[in-house]
Design a protein around this ligand. Sequence first.
Ligand code: AMP
Length: 172
Amino acid sequence: MPDTLRAAIRDVVDFPEPGIIFKDITPILGDAALFRRAIDLLCEATGGTQIDKVAGIDARGFIFASAVADRLGTGFVPIRKKGKLPWKTRQRAYALEYGEAVVELHEDAVKPGEKVLLVDDLLATGGTAAAAAALLEELGADLTGISFLIELSFLNGRTKLGPRPIHSILNY
Ligand code: AMP
C-alpha cells in the first residue's frame, strides 16, 4: 500500500524555483482511501506509544498532523511561520538555501512533560523540523518522535534531527 501512495505523488519539476522537484501530495489528499491510508501509516509509525499532543508544521504538515491527532484522540498544536500566531510565542530561526526562515509556537501550547509527536509532510534538509523540535523541547515537551509522509534521504535531513526517533513512510 505505500506503493499506491508513492504512485499518487506527483513530481513537479522546477517548483517553486528552478532545480527543485516538488513532491505534490494533493492527489493523496483528494482520494479518500489514499488519504486514510496515509493517516493509518503515520499512526502505525508511533508503535502505540502514548501521546498527549500532535504538533504539525505550517502548512501541509497541518493536514496530516491534525488528522493523526483526531485518530489518536489527542490535541493538536500548530507550529507556524513567523507572524501568524496571535498569542505570546517562542521563535526559532533556521537557515534556508538563501537567507533564513522563522517558525513560532504559542508558549502555552505544550506543558512540561507532555508527550508530543511532531508531524510534517516531508523531510528535506531537516532545518524546519529541527527548529520545530527545538521549540517544543524548549517548552519542556517530551518529543516521542518525528514522523514524515515523505523523506528525501539523499538530503540527509536526519543528521540535523540528532538522536530523536524519526519515522518516514516513503523514502526517496
Ligand atoms: P527542510 O527544512 O529542508 O527539511 O524542508 C522541509 C519543508 O519544506 C517541509 O515543510 C516541506 O513541506 C517543504 N519542502 C521541502 N522540499 C520539498 C519538496 N521537494 N517537495 C515538497 N515540499 C518540500
